[in-house]
Design a protein around this ligand. Sequence first.
Ligand SMILES: [Zn+2]
Ligand SMILES: [Zn+2]
Length: 219
Amino acid sequence: MNYNIIGSSSKGNCIIVEDVLMLDVGVSYSKIKKYLSKVKLIFVSHIHKDHLLPSTIKHISFNFPNIKYVCGSEEVVKKLVECNVNKKNIYILKNGIKYDLGLIKVRLIDLYHDVENYGLKWELNGKKGIYIVDTERIDHIVAQDYDLYLIENNYQEKVLQEHINKAIEENDENKLFYLQRVPHTHLSNEQANSFLIENMEKNSVYEYIHKSNYNYKEE
Ligand SMILES: [Zn+2]
Ligand SMILES: [Zn+2]
């Protein structure tokens, strides 16, 4: 399954799968403009700006008014409508139901973040993929033998703990507050790996996404 990561961090997320499926729109319009004529469907996970950038959506809705959108929450619908997306092009998916949209079959996944957030499973050109980002945990998800896993790898548990210890030492309450929220809103490298070990088969491909440079140390 071919995929193109345009952006994947708290600075902006957007991945295009098989040219036709766009996962989140948190990057500038100029970065994705040249791909949009082929895009048929856009999935928006949640309302945070690094996943739903209003200025970009406004440009898309103006220049490519026929692109369809899928999401799981009314708050995403509201934002899209505010960006002039035609309501008839937005599908709110119900959790746990597989939708056959012709070219693509999709299903939502519950995620645990500080706003309503969903992941996505899809089938496209006979291949299966899964997209998981901005979540406290994934131990409720099963995705055996998928072709592509796009999975959050936000922080290393050890590195985060070192930063927490330092913030306690330095009595830096603001930093401590921020750091202590990370495990409740994002997925660690360790969580991602145990999910991949459980679910991947020999032909599966994975890609780590949404990495924090601060809470991660390259070996
Ligand atoms: Zn994010
Ligand atoms: Zn978020």
